[in-house]
Design a protein. Structure first.
Length: 502
């Protein structure tokens, strides 16, 4: 969109206010209560053979107008698509045509008429009745298109990225691909829910406001409850509450929910995001690996019709099985250095040799994590499971049955980005208390993302939690992959934004 000056915008808005006043003089309600439509634009187009010369009623937003004196062509858009309308003064009457002449692009209208094809072959609704439903008072960005070599080229779109995020309502009006992205997002969530329901897992709800935050390494948002005079936190994960439900006797529970982390904003992080967490009793992380690759490939097939997708020019193949790569083997493969069993000082030296900056208070796990982020993750393009993490990095995961220095944990990566994290869940309350105490020591040393010691969760474990597999999957990041979206903001309807100046 070519930026208009404030004066130009104000002039356009003044004219629309004048038209609004004229409509009111004509005793026309410019903000109607209802309209009885019987077809969508797409239904008319798809059923033209049976609807030809029959009367239908459609409603939508005017997106184009071409006046020819006592007649005009236009296009109206509803949620299903666009259809052409043809309005003639001698068909709708003088009074209605006067109202039509006060209509602008962006107005929402209702049209009842007969279905025909024009000489150019375009399916068109010849208006017999025309009703203004909502007067547009602020002009839409003008999106211009041309046909070049048989392809539709958009060359003057609403393209200011920050403005699109701030004014998503305008973005949705003028950019069909944006509407398609969020329709796909909805279908992804529906397909995931159907997959989990068909497995017999129970969807539940757990608290958003929590007296202690936990389940992830992140800083929380803090608030205050006035009546109870207590500090509360927006949840950073659902994990500890969902595992309480496994203790209580449920054997498969999941939640699709908003989580909140007080962290920076970049292409793959938004402070408010959507997670799916799943916990299944009597299973381990190997079971969960199989479930993840089956679930994601099923979603791809259901939503996109294929397990192969193109993301940012790279073909990704979600067909199971996905490669499984142990973390230390991955470091040796991609960083060229064997770090298994190394001390904190040795890891600090290794990070320095790899030109990776680390904080002075970081322990073994945090240093390894940073090395993986810098040297391993960018290479994990095709769907891959990175497995068997150091115990220091995973305070809620069960120790590896073959190596007590490790835990039974995996993260799945696609296009160099994590989309899920899973464990064989730690159900030993004594070991869990020791891990929490280590985390508290890290917090006292300056690690703001270390986890809190949760006495009630430890009490729950003391009642006994069966062997359990747990999974967290980022909905936003999965949708990014399936819609070829370069930024997480492209798949969140209203992403977090810095306030506009003034």
């Amino acid at each position: 969109m070519q930026e208009e000056s404030l004066d130009d915008l104000n002039d356009i808005m003044k004219v629309r206010r004048q038209k609004l006043a004229r409509l009111q003089e004509l005793q026309v309600n410019p903000f109607a209560y209802t309209f009885e439509r019987d077809h969508t634009a797409q239904q008319v187009i798809e059923n033209f053979e049976t609807l030809q010369e029959k009367s239908v009623a459609v409603a939508g937003r005017i997106m184009a107008l071409r006046s020819m004196g006592k007649a005009a062509f236009g296009h109206i858009m509803d949620a299903s698509g666009r259809i052409q309308i043809y309005v003639r003064q001698d068909q709708v009457g003088d009074a209605t045509f006067e109202v039509f002449n006060l209509v602008d692009i962006g107005d929402i209208v209702g049209v009842q008429g007969t279905v025909h094809k024009t000489r150019t072959g375009e399916i068109t609704l010849f208006a017999q009745q025309f009703v203004l439903l909502t007067k547009n008072l602020r002009p839409l960005p003008v999106v211009k298109e041309r046909i070049e070599d048989g392809q539709k080229i958009t060359y003057d779109a609403f393209a200011d990225t920050e403005l699109r995020y701030r004014q998503r309502y305008v973005d949705l009006i003028v950019n069909k691909n944006v509407r398609d992205t969020f329709m796909t997002r909805s279908r992804v969530v529906t397909a995931m829910r159907r997959y989990l329901d068909d497995k017999g897992y129970l969807e539940v709800e757990t608290p958003v406001l929590q007296p202690l935050y936990g389940g992830a390494a992140a800083r929380p948002f803090t608030t205050h409850h006035n009546a109870l005079d207590m500090t509360l936190y927006l949840r950073i994960a659902d994990e500890l509450y969902l595992k309480r439900l496994i203790v209580g006797g449920f054997e498969g529970v999941y939640e699709i929910s908003k989580d909140f982390r007080n962290e920076g904003i970049d292409r793959s992080h938004n402070p408010e995001f959507t997670m799916m967490e799943l916990y299944v009793a009597y299973q381990d992380y190997q079971f969960m690996m199989n479930l993840v690759e089956e679930m994601v490939s099923t979603i791809c097939q259901e939503v996109l019709g294929s397990t192969r997708v193109i993301y940012q020019g790279q073909e990704l193949d979600f067909t199971p099985p996905w490669p499984r790569l142990r973390l230390y083997e991955a470091i040796e493969k991609y960083a060229g250095i064997d770090l298994y069993g190394k001390s904190r000082d040795e890891l600090r030296a290794a990070a320095g040799s790899l030109h990776i900056e680390i904080e002075s208070f970081w322990d073994v796990g945090k240093i390894l994590d940073e090395i993986v982020k810098e040297k391993v993750e960018p290479h994990l393009i095709q769907p891959t499971f990175l497995c068997d993490y150091p115990v220091e990095l995973s305070p809620l995961a069960k120790r590896h049955r073959d190596d007590a220095r490790l835990v039974e944990r995996f993260e799945s990566f696609v296009a160099g980005r994590e989309i899920s994290n899973a464990f064989s869940e730690l159900n030993d309350p004594i070991d869990q208390r020791g891990r929490f105490e280590q985390q508290m020591a890290m917090k006292e040393a300056g690690d703001e993302e270390a986890q809190m010691l949760d006495e009630d969760f430890l009490k729950a474990l003391e009642y006994g939690m069966p062997p359990t597999a747990g999974l967290g999957m980022g909905i936003d990041r999965l949708v990014m992959l399936l819609t070829d979206a370069p930024s997480i903001r492209d798949v969140i309807l209203f992403p977090t934004m810095r306030p506009e100046a003034g």
